[in-house]
Design a protein around this ligand. Sequence first.
Ligand SMILES: Cc1cc2nc3c(=O)[nH]c(=O)nc-3n(C[C@H](O)[C@H](O)[C@H](O)COP(=O)(O)OP(=O)(O)OC[C@H]3O[C@@H](n4cnc5c(N)ncnc54)[C@H](O)[C@@H]3O)c2cc1C
Length: 456
Amino acid sequence: MPTPITVIGAGLAGSECAFQLARLGHEVVLREQKPQKRSPAHHSNAFAELVCSNSLRSDNPESAIGMLHAELRRVGSVVLEAADANRVPAGDALAVEREGFSAHITRALSGGGRVSIVPGEVTEVPEGDVVFATGPLTSEALTTALARFTGEKLYFYDAIAPIVAGDSIDRAIAFRASRWGKGDGDDYLNLPLSKDEYLRFVNELRSGQKVTPHAFEEPKYFEGCLPIEVMAERGEQVLAFGPMKPVGLTDPRTGRWPHAVVQLRMEDRAGTAWNLVGFQTRLTWPEQKRIFGMLPGLANAEWLRMGQIHRNTFLDSPRLLSRELSLLAEPRLFFAGQITGVEGYVESTACGYLTALAVHARRTGAPFAPPPATTALGALYRHVTGEAHPPGAPYQPTNVVFALFPPVPGRLNKGQKRQAYAARSRVDFDAWAVSAPHPVRPAVEPPTAAAHAVAG
Ligand SMILES: Cc1cc2nc3c(=O)[nH]c(=O)nc-3n(C[C@H](O)[C@H](O)[C@H](O)COP(=O)(O)OP(=O)(O)OC[C@H]3O[C@@H](n4cnc5c(N)ncnc54)[C@H](O)[C@@H]3O)c2cc1C
Protein backbone atom coordinates (compact mmCIF):
# COMPACT_ATOMS: atom_id res chain seq x y z
CA MET A 1 0.00 0.00 0.00
CA PRO A 2 1.48 3.41 -0.92
CA THR A 3 1.69 5.78 2.04
CA PRO A 4 -1.04 8.44 2.07
CA ILE A 5 -0.27 11.91 0.80
CA THR A 6 -0.31 14.54 3.54
CA VAL A 7 -2.01 17.80 2.61
CA ILE A 8 -1.44 20.53 5.20
CA GLY A 9 -4.14 23.22 5.32
CA ALA A 10 -7.84 22.84 4.49
CA GLY A 11 -8.21 26.30 2.96
CA LEU A 12 -9.17 26.92 -0.68
CA ALA A 13 -6.08 25.23 -2.16
CA GLY A 14 -5.74 22.36 0.32
CA SER A 15 -9.44 21.45 0.11
CA GLU A 16 -9.36 21.41 -3.70
CA CYS A 17 -6.08 19.50 -3.76
CA ALA A 18 -7.25 16.84 -1.27
CA PHE A 19 -10.57 16.45 -3.09
CA GLN A 20 -8.90 16.00 -6.49
CA LEU A 21 -6.25 13.58 -5.16
CA ALA A 22 -8.97 11.42 -3.58
CA ARG A 23 -10.93 11.52 -6.82
CA LEU A 24 -7.80 10.35 -8.67
CA GLY A 25 -7.63 7.34 -6.33
CA HIS A 26 -5.11 8.44 -3.68
CA GLU A 27 -5.37 8.15 0.08
CA VAL A 28 -5.01 11.59 1.66
CA VAL A 29 -4.41 12.79 5.20
CA LEU A 30 -5.70 16.35 5.45
CA ARG A 31 -4.18 18.20 8.40
CA GLU A 32 -5.81 21.46 9.47
CA GLN A 33 -4.92 23.51 12.52
CA LYS A 34 -8.49 24.72 13.04
CA PRO A 35 -10.36 24.50 15.38
CA GLN A 36 -7.48 24.28 17.88
CA LYS A 37 -5.62 27.20 16.35
CA ARG A 38 -6.61 29.97 13.96
CA SER A 39 -4.73 32.67 12.09
CA PRO A 40 -5.78 36.27 12.90
CA ALA A 41 -7.89 36.27 9.70
CA HIS A 42 -9.71 32.94 10.15
CA HIS A 43 -12.83 32.83 12.33
CA SER A 44 -14.91 29.75 11.46
CA ASN A 45 -14.16 26.06 11.99
CA ALA A 46 -15.21 25.14 8.45
CA PHE A 47 -12.85 24.32 5.58
CA ALA A 48 -12.24 26.68 2.65
CA GLU A 49 -13.06 29.74 4.71
CA LEU A 50 -13.36 33.01 2.78
CA VAL A 51 -11.35 35.27 5.08
CA CYS A 52 -12.53 38.57 3.64
CA SER A 53 -14.81 39.33 0.67
CA ASN A 54 -17.53 36.82 -0.28
CA SER A 55 -16.82 37.40 -3.98
CA LEU A 56 -14.93 35.06 -6.28
CA ARG A 57 -14.86 38.02 -8.70
CA SER A 58 -16.14 38.26 -12.28
CA ASP A 59 -17.83 35.29 -13.88
CA ASN A 60 -17.62 36.93 -17.30
CA PRO A 61 -16.17 34.21 -19.57
CA GLU A 62 -14.20 36.88 -21.44
CA SER A 63 -12.27 37.97 -18.35
CA ALA A 64 -9.18 36.10 -17.17
CA ILE A 65 -10.82 35.23 -13.84
CA GLY A 66 -14.09 34.21 -15.56
CA MET A 67 -12.06 31.90 -17.83
CA LEU A 68 -10.49 30.35 -14.73
CA HIS A 69 -13.98 29.78 -13.26
CA ALA A 70 -15.08 28.06 -16.46
CA GLU A 71 -12.05 25.78 -16.58
CA LEU A 72 -12.38 24.83 -12.92
CA ARG A 73 -16.04 23.95 -13.49
CA ARG A 74 -15.01 21.73 -16.37
CA VAL A 75 -12.41 19.80 -14.32
CA GLY A 76 -14.94 19.18 -11.53
CA SER A 77 -13.60 21.60 -8.92
CA VAL A 78 -15.34 21.15 -5.58
CA VAL A 79 -14.78 24.84 -4.79
CA LEU A 80 -16.58 26.01 -7.95
CA GLU A 81 -19.33 23.45 -7.33
CA ALA A 82 -19.79 24.91 -3.83
CA ALA A 83 -19.74 28.46 -5.22
CA ASP A 84 -22.40 27.72 -7.84
CA ALA A 85 -24.57 25.96 -5.27
CA ASN A 86 -24.36 28.93 -2.88
CA ARG A 87 -24.38 31.80 -5.33
CA VAL A 88 -25.98 35.12 -4.37
CA PRO A 89 -26.90 37.90 -6.82
CA ALA A 90 -23.93 40.23 -7.48
CA GLY A 91 -24.07 41.37 -11.10
CA ASP A 92 -21.57 39.45 -13.18
CA ALA A 93 -19.54 38.56 -10.07
CA LEU A 94 -19.62 35.08 -8.58
CA ALA A 95 -20.48 35.98 -4.99
CA VAL A 96 -21.45 33.33 -2.48
CA GLU A 97 -23.23 32.85 0.81
CA ARG A 98 -20.04 32.11 2.73
CA GLU A 99 -21.28 29.69 5.43
CA GLY A 100 -23.12 27.51 2.89
CA PHE A 101 -20.10 27.60 0.60
CA SER A 102 -17.66 26.39 3.28
CA ALA A 103 -20.16 23.85 4.66
CA HIS A 104 -20.52 22.33 1.16
CA ILE A 105 -16.75 21.80 0.87
CA THR A 106 -16.38 20.57 4.46
CA ARG A 107 -19.10 17.97 3.78
CA ALA A 108 -17.47 16.87 0.53
CA LEU A 109 -14.21 16.14 2.37
CA SER A 110 -15.62 14.72 5.59
CA GLY A 111 -17.64 11.90 4.06
CA GLY A 112 -15.31 9.11 5.23
CA GLY A 113 -13.91 8.38 1.75
CA ARG A 114 -10.22 8.52 0.87
CA VAL A 115 -9.62 11.69 2.89
CA SER A 116 -8.80 11.32 6.60
CA ILE A 117 -8.92 14.54 8.55
CA VAL A 118 -6.41 15.14 11.31
CA PRO A 119 -6.97 18.39 13.23
CA GLY A 120 -4.14 20.32 14.87
CA GLU A 121 -1.28 22.59 13.90
CA VAL A 122 1.59 20.98 11.99
CA THR A 123 4.84 22.34 13.41
CA GLU A 124 7.40 20.10 11.72
CA VAL A 125 7.69 18.90 8.13
CA PRO A 126 6.05 15.43 8.02
CA GLU A 127 7.54 12.34 6.38
CA GLY A 128 6.52 11.17 2.89
CA ASP A 129 4.87 13.16 0.11
CA VAL A 130 3.52 16.40 1.52
CA VAL A 131 1.51 19.24 -0.03
CA PHE A 132 1.88 22.58 1.76
CA ALA A 133 -1.35 24.52 1.30
CA THR A 134 -1.09 26.62 4.43
CA GLY A 135 -1.75 29.93 2.74
CA PRO A 136 -0.58 33.50 3.28
CA LEU A 137 -0.81 33.11 7.07
CA THR A 138 1.06 29.83 7.44
CA SER A 139 1.65 29.35 11.16
CA GLU A 140 4.96 30.63 12.43
CA ALA A 141 6.25 27.28 13.66
CA LEU A 142 5.71 25.68 10.26
CA THR A 143 7.18 28.69 8.44
CA THR A 144 10.33 28.27 10.52
CA ALA A 145 10.41 24.50 9.88
CA LEU A 146 10.01 25.10 6.13
CA ALA A 147 12.77 27.69 6.04
CA ARG A 148 15.18 24.90 6.97
CA PHE A 149 14.38 23.32 3.59
CA THR A 150 14.22 26.49 1.52
CA GLY A 151 17.16 28.19 3.22
CA GLU A 152 15.40 31.55 3.35
CA LYS A 153 12.64 33.53 5.10
CA LEU A 154 9.21 33.09 3.53
CA TYR A 155 7.10 36.13 4.21
CA PHE A 156 6.42 39.73 3.41
CA TYR A 157 3.55 42.07 4.26
CA ASP A 158 0.31 42.99 2.50
CA ALA A 159 -1.55 46.09 3.57
CA ILE A 160 -5.36 46.50 3.57
CA ALA A 161 -7.26 49.82 3.35
CA PRO A 162 -10.08 50.77 5.75
CA ILE A 163 -13.78 50.73 4.82
CA VAL A 164 -16.35 53.29 5.96
CA ALA A 165 -20.17 53.13 6.04
CA GLY A 166 -21.67 55.18 3.17
CA ASP A 167 -24.34 56.86 5.31
CA SER A 168 -21.74 58.14 7.76
CA ILE A 169 -19.87 60.21 5.13
CA ASP A 170 -20.79 63.90 5.11
CA ARG A 171 -22.22 64.43 1.62
CA ALA A 172 -22.16 68.19 2.06
CA ILE A 173 -18.36 67.87 1.81
CA ALA A 174 -17.77 64.74 -0.31
CA PHE A 175 -18.41 65.07 -4.03
CA ARG A 176 -18.97 62.32 -6.59
CA ALA A 177 -16.67 62.25 -9.61
CA SER A 178 -14.23 60.05 -11.50
CA ARG A 179 -10.86 61.39 -12.50
CA TRP A 180 -11.30 63.21 -15.84
CA GLY A 181 -14.94 62.01 -15.85
CA LYS A 182 -13.90 58.50 -16.85
CA GLY A 183 -16.18 55.45 -16.39
CA ASP A 184 -19.65 56.56 -15.37
CA GLY A 185 -18.14 59.91 -14.47
CA ASP A 186 -19.17 59.69 -10.81
CA ASP A 187 -17.86 56.34 -9.65
CA TYR A 188 -15.93 57.72 -6.65
CA LEU A 189 -16.69 59.83 -3.62
CA ASN A 190 -13.98 62.45 -3.16
CA LEU A 191 -12.97 64.25 0.01
CA PRO A 192 -11.27 67.57 -0.87
CA LEU A 193 -8.42 68.88 1.30
CA SER A 194 -7.00 72.40 1.39
CA LYS A 195 -3.21 72.80 1.64
CA ASP A 196 -3.40 73.36 5.43
CA GLU A 197 -5.66 70.36 5.96
CA TYR A 198 -3.35 68.22 3.86
CA LEU A 199 -0.17 69.24 5.72
CA ARG A 200 -1.83 68.67 9.09
CA PHE A 201 -2.93 65.22 7.93
CA VAL A 202 0.57 64.30 6.71
CA ASN A 203 2.04 65.35 10.08
CA GLU A 204 -0.47 63.22 11.96
CA LEU A 205 0.29 60.23 9.76
CA ARG A 206 4.00 60.63 10.40
CA SER A 207 3.67 60.88 14.17
CA GLY A 208 0.73 58.45 14.59
CA GLN A 209 1.25 55.25 16.54
CA LYS A 210 1.97 52.21 14.39
CA VAL A 211 1.59 48.51 15.10
CA THR A 212 5.05 47.18 15.91
CA PRO A 213 6.02 44.04 14.03
CA HIS A 214 7.38 41.14 16.12
CA ALA A 215 11.13 41.18 16.61
CA PHE A 216 11.68 38.39 14.07
CA GLU A 217 9.48 40.05 11.45
CA GLU A 218 11.15 42.59 9.24
CA PRO A 219 8.42 44.33 7.19
CA LYS A 220 8.91 44.13 3.42
CA TYR A 221 6.26 45.88 1.31
CA PHE A 222 5.37 45.90 -2.36
CA GLU A 223 6.44 49.28 -3.77
CA GLY A 224 3.02 49.55 -5.44
CA CYS A 225 1.14 48.95 -2.20
CA LEU A 226 3.01 50.91 0.46
CA PRO A 227 1.30 51.79 3.75
CA ILE A 228 0.10 55.39 3.61
CA GLU A 229 2.25 56.46 6.57
CA VAL A 230 5.36 55.02 4.89
CA MET A 231 4.62 57.21 1.85
CA ALA A 232 4.05 60.22 4.15
CA GLU A 233 7.44 59.61 5.74
CA ARG A 234 9.12 59.70 2.32
CA GLY A 235 8.24 63.37 1.73
CA GLU A 236 5.62 66.03 2.49
CA GLN A 237 4.12 66.04 -1.02
CA VAL A 238 4.49 62.31 -1.82
CA LEU A 239 0.81 61.62 -1.07
CA ALA A 240 -0.38 64.67 -3.02
CA PHE A 241 1.38 63.21 -6.06
CA GLY A 242 0.34 59.66 -5.19
CA PRO A 243 -2.95 58.25 -3.84
CA MET A 244 -4.20 61.75 -2.86
CA LYS A 245 -3.48 63.46 -6.17
CA PRO A 246 -6.25 65.89 -7.14
CA VAL A 247 -5.67 66.16 -10.91
CA GLY A 248 -8.82 65.71 -12.99
CA LEU A 249 -11.11 65.99 -9.94
CA THR A 250 -13.00 69.28 -9.99
CA ASP A 251 -14.83 70.13 -6.78
CA PRO A 252 -18.26 71.32 -8.05
CA ARG A 253 -18.47 73.88 -5.24
CA THR A 254 -15.26 75.69 -6.13
CA GLY A 255 -14.93 74.75 -9.81
CA ARG A 256 -11.26 73.91 -9.06
CA TRP A 257 -9.07 70.98 -8.21
CA PRO A 258 -8.45 70.86 -4.44
CA HIS A 259 -4.88 70.70 -3.07
CA ALA A 260 -5.35 66.98 -2.36
CA VAL A 261 -8.16 64.45 -2.46
CA VAL A 262 -9.07 61.22 -0.69
CA GLN A 263 -10.90 58.95 -3.10
CA LEU A 264 -13.46 56.45 -1.83
CA ARG A 265 -14.48 53.50 -3.98
CA MET A 266 -17.72 51.53 -3.58
CA GLU A 267 -17.37 48.18 -1.87
CA ASP A 268 -20.92 47.12 -2.75
CA ARG A 269 -23.36 48.13 -5.46
CA ALA A 270 -25.75 49.76 -3.04
CA GLY A 271 -22.99 52.09 -1.85
CA THR A 272 -23.37 51.11 1.81
CA ALA A 273 -19.61 50.63 2.18
CA TRP A 274 -16.71 52.65 0.75
CA ASN A 275 -13.01 51.82 0.62
CA LEU A 276 -10.40 54.56 1.14
CA VAL A 277 -8.34 54.04 -1.99
CA GLY A 278 -4.63 53.63 -1.32
CA PHE A 279 -5.05 54.00 2.45
CA GLN A 280 -3.53 50.66 3.43
CA THR A 281 -1.90 51.22 6.79
CA ARG A 282 -0.14 49.84 9.82
CA LEU A 283 -1.40 52.59 12.15
CA THR A 284 -3.07 51.16 15.26
CA TRP A 285 -6.86 51.01 15.03
CA PRO A 286 -7.49 53.83 17.57
CA GLU A 287 -5.01 56.02 15.65
CA GLN A 288 -6.74 55.26 12.35
CA LYS A 289 -10.07 56.33 13.83
CA ARG A 290 -8.54 59.52 15.20
CA ILE A 291 -6.43 60.51 12.19
CA PHE A 292 -8.79 59.44 9.38
CA GLY A 293 -11.64 61.02 11.37
CA MET A 294 -9.84 64.37 10.85
CA LEU A 295 -10.37 64.11 7.09
CA PRO A 296 -13.06 66.45 5.72
CA GLY A 297 -16.34 64.52 5.50
CA LEU A 298 -15.30 61.73 7.91
CA ALA A 299 -15.86 63.45 11.28
CA ASN A 300 -18.73 61.05 12.06
CA ALA A 301 -17.39 58.07 10.15
CA GLU A 302 -18.63 54.62 11.07
CA TRP A 303 -15.74 52.26 10.34
CA LEU A 304 -16.74 48.88 8.94
CA ARG A 305 -13.19 47.61 8.68
CA MET A 306 -9.95 49.17 9.79
CA GLY A 307 -6.78 49.07 7.73
CA GLN A 308 -4.50 46.15 8.44
CA ILE A 309 -1.18 44.70 7.62
CA HIS A 310 -1.14 40.98 7.15
CA ARG A 311 1.71 38.65 6.62
CA ASN A 312 1.85 37.01 3.23
CA THR A 313 3.95 33.88 3.24
CA PHE A 314 5.10 32.78 -0.17
CA LEU A 315 8.00 31.08 -1.88
CA ASP A 316 10.14 32.48 -4.64
CA SER A 317 8.58 29.66 -6.65
CA PRO A 318 10.38 30.13 -10.00
CA ARG A 319 13.69 29.73 -8.17
CA LEU A 320 12.77 27.15 -5.54
CA LEU A 321 10.20 24.89 -7.21
CA SER A 322 10.49 22.36 -10.00
CA ARG A 323 8.03 22.24 -12.87
CA GLU A 324 6.15 19.67 -10.77
CA LEU A 325 5.50 22.33 -8.12
CA SER A 326 7.77 20.60 -5.60
CA LEU A 327 10.94 21.85 -3.92
CA LEU A 328 14.04 21.35 -6.06
CA ALA A 329 15.95 20.72 -2.82
CA GLU A 330 13.40 18.19 -1.49
CA PRO A 331 11.17 16.89 -4.28
CA ARG A 332 8.69 15.11 -1.97
CA LEU A 333 7.52 18.54 -0.71
CA PHE A 334 4.84 20.05 -2.99
CA PHE A 335 3.17 23.46 -2.69
CA ALA A 336 -0.34 24.68 -3.49
CA GLY A 337 -2.26 27.94 -3.20
CA GLN A 338 -1.18 31.37 -2.15
CA ILE A 339 2.08 30.06 -0.69
CA THR A 340 3.28 29.53 -4.30
CA GLY A 341 2.75 33.22 -5.13
CA VAL A 342 -0.68 33.11 -6.71
CA GLU A 343 -3.11 35.64 -5.23
CA GLY A 344 -6.85 35.25 -4.59
CA TYR A 345 -9.42 32.64 -3.66
CA VAL A 346 -9.92 31.26 -7.15
CA GLU A 347 -6.25 31.32 -8.09
CA SER A 348 -5.41 29.45 -4.87
CA THR A 349 -8.09 26.88 -5.71
CA ALA A 350 -6.73 26.54 -9.24
CA CYS A 351 -3.23 26.00 -7.89
CA GLY A 352 -4.60 23.31 -5.55
CA TYR A 353 -5.97 21.55 -8.59
CA LEU A 354 -2.69 21.83 -10.54
CA THR A 355 -0.67 20.51 -7.61
CA ALA A 356 -3.03 17.52 -7.31
CA LEU A 357 -2.27 16.73 -10.97
CA ALA A 358 1.46 17.04 -10.26
CA VAL A 359 1.34 14.72 -7.23
CA HIS A 360 -0.79 12.24 -9.17
CA ALA A 361 1.74 12.22 -11.99
CA ARG A 362 4.60 11.61 -9.55
CA ARG A 363 2.74 8.80 -7.82
CA THR A 364 1.70 7.05 -11.03
CA GLY A 365 4.89 7.65 -13.00
CA ALA A 366 2.89 9.44 -15.71
CA PRO A 367 4.18 12.71 -17.19
CA PHE A 368 2.79 15.86 -15.56
CA ALA A 369 0.93 17.72 -18.30
CA PRO A 370 -0.92 20.80 -16.98
CA PRO A 371 -3.31 22.63 -19.34
CA PRO A 372 -1.43 24.68 -21.96
CA ALA A 373 -0.19 28.22 -21.31
CA THR A 374 -3.00 29.72 -23.42
CA THR A 375 -5.62 28.55 -20.89
CA ALA A 376 -6.22 30.33 -17.58
CA LEU A 377 -4.97 27.34 -15.58
CA GLY A 378 -1.91 27.14 -17.80
CA ALA A 379 -1.25 30.88 -17.49
CA LEU A 380 -1.25 30.63 -13.69
CA TYR A 381 1.12 27.68 -13.92
CA ARG A 382 3.30 29.83 -16.17
CA HIS A 383 3.36 32.48 -13.47
CA VAL A 384 4.41 30.06 -10.72
CA THR A 385 7.14 28.53 -12.84
CA GLY A 386 8.40 32.00 -13.81
CA GLU A 387 7.83 31.64 -17.57
CA ALA A 388 5.38 34.55 -17.63
CA HIS A 389 7.97 37.02 -16.29
CA PRO A 390 10.89 38.88 -17.77
CA PRO A 391 14.16 37.29 -16.62
CA GLY A 392 15.58 38.93 -13.49
CA ALA A 393 12.29 40.59 -12.45
CA PRO A 394 11.50 39.95 -8.76
CA TYR A 395 8.80 37.34 -8.25
CA GLN A 396 5.62 38.85 -6.78
CA PRO A 397 2.17 37.36 -6.15
CA THR A 398 -0.51 38.05 -8.73
CA ASN A 399 -4.12 37.37 -9.60
CA VAL A 400 -4.81 35.72 -12.93
CA VAL A 401 -4.51 38.47 -15.57
CA PHE A 402 -4.12 38.44 -19.35
CA ALA A 403 -0.52 39.60 -18.94
CA LEU A 404 0.31 36.05 -17.79
CA PHE A 405 -0.93 34.52 -21.07
CA PRO A 406 1.14 34.37 -24.24
CA PRO A 407 -0.08 37.46 -26.19
CA VAL A 408 -2.70 37.01 -28.91
CA PRO A 409 -1.38 38.09 -32.29
CA GLY A 410 -2.74 40.95 -34.40
CA ARG A 411 -3.77 44.57 -33.83
CA LEU A 412 -6.94 44.23 -31.77
CA ASN A 413 -8.84 46.59 -29.51
CA LYS A 414 -9.44 45.66 -25.86
CA GLY A 415 -12.77 43.90 -26.46
CA GLN A 416 -11.44 41.97 -29.45
CA LYS A 417 -8.39 40.92 -27.45
CA ARG A 418 -10.52 39.53 -24.62
CA GLN A 419 -12.59 37.57 -27.13
CA ALA A 420 -9.45 36.25 -28.78
CA TYR A 421 -7.93 35.12 -25.46
CA ALA A 422 -11.18 33.39 -24.48
CA ALA A 423 -11.71 31.69 -27.86
CA ARG A 424 -8.11 30.48 -28.08
CA SER A 425 -8.23 29.09 -24.54
CA ARG A 426 -11.45 27.14 -25.20
CA VAL A 427 -9.95 25.44 -28.24
CA ASP A 428 -6.69 24.62 -26.45
CA PHE A 429 -8.47 23.48 -23.30
CA ASP A 430 -10.62 21.08 -25.34
CA ALA A 431 -7.49 19.63 -26.93
CA TRP A 432 -5.83 19.18 -23.50
CA ALA A 433 -8.99 17.62 -22.01
CA VAL A 434 -8.60 14.53 -24.20
CA SER A 435 -5.50 13.43 -22.27
CA ALA A 436 -6.49 14.71 -18.79
CA PRO A 437 -6.21 12.07 -16.05
CA HIS A 438 -9.93 12.44 -15.23
CA PRO A 439 -13.12 13.15 -17.19
CA VAL A 440 -13.52 16.79 -18.27
CA ARG A 441 -17.00 18.28 -18.63
CA PRO A 442 -18.01 20.03 -21.85
CA ALA A 443 -17.97 23.84 -21.80
CA VAL A 444 -21.23 25.29 -20.45
CA GLU A 445 -22.61 28.75 -19.82
CA PRO A 446 -22.14 29.68 -16.14
CA PRO A 447 -25.37 29.51 -14.10
CA THR A 448 -26.74 32.92 -13.18
CA ALA A 449 -27.79 33.80 -9.63
CA ALA A 450 -31.35 34.25 -10.87
CA ALA A 451 -31.34 30.81 -12.50
CA HIS A 452 -29.95 29.34 -9.32
CA ALA A 453 -32.64 30.99 -7.21
CA VAL A 454 -35.34 29.52 -9.49
CA ALA A 455 -33.71 26.07 -9.45
CA GLY A 456 -33.08 26.16 -5.70
C1 LIG B 1 -6.58 39.14 5.50
C2 LIG B 1 -6.70 38.57 4.11
C3 LIG B 1 -7.74 38.97 3.29
C4 LIG B 1 -7.86 38.43 2.00
N1 LIG B 1 -8.93 38.80 1.23
C5 LIG B 1 -9.10 38.22 0.03
C6 LIG B 1 -10.27 38.54 -0.75
O1 LIG B 1 -11.12 39.33 -0.33
N2 LIG B 1 -10.42 37.95 -1.96
C7 LIG B 1 -9.50 37.07 -2.44
O2 LIG B 1 -9.70 36.55 -3.54
N3 LIG B 1 -8.40 36.76 -1.73
C8 LIG B 1 -8.17 37.31 -0.52
N4 LIG B 1 -7.06 37.02 0.22
C9 LIG B 1 -5.98 36.28 -0.42
C10 LIG B 1 -6.02 34.75 -0.52
O3 LIG B 1 -6.35 34.37 -1.78
C11 LIG B 1 -6.81 34.00 0.45
O4 LIG B 1 -6.13 34.17 1.67
C12 LIG B 1 -6.97 32.50 0.14
O5 LIG B 1 -7.77 32.00 1.17
C13 LIG B 1 -5.67 31.70 0.02
O6 LIG B 1 -5.97 30.33 -0.13
P1 LIG B 1 -5.02 29.22 0.46
O7 LIG B 1 -5.73 27.93 0.37
O8 LIG B 1 -3.69 29.34 -0.15
O9 LIG B 1 -4.87 29.61 2.01
P2 LIG B 1 -6.00 29.64 3.14
O10 LIG B 1 -7.36 29.71 2.55
O11 LIG B 1 -5.58 30.68 4.11
O12 LIG B 1 -5.87 28.22 3.83
C14 LIG B 1 -4.75 27.84 4.58
C15 LIG B 1 -5.20 26.86 5.65
O13 LIG B 1 -4.04 26.33 6.28
C16 LIG B 1 -4.25 26.28 7.67
N5 LIG B 1 -2.93 26.28 8.31
C17 LIG B 1 -2.01 27.28 8.34
N6 LIG B 1 -0.90 26.86 8.99
C18 LIG B 1 -1.13 25.58 9.38
C19 LIG B 1 -0.36 24.61 10.08
N7 LIG B 1 0.87 24.88 10.54
N8 LIG B 1 -0.90 23.38 10.34
C20 LIG B 1 -2.16 23.08 9.88
N9 LIG B 1 -2.93 23.96 9.20
C21 LIG B 1 -2.41 25.20 8.95
C22 LIG B 1 -5.11 27.51 7.96
O14 LIG B 1 -5.82 27.36 9.16
C23 LIG B 1 -6.03 27.53 6.73
O15 LIG B 1 -7.22 26.82 6.94
C24 LIG B 1 -6.90 37.51 1.51
C25 LIG B 1 -5.86 37.12 2.34
C26 LIG B 1 -5.76 37.63 3.63
C27 LIG B 1 -4.67 37.15 4.51
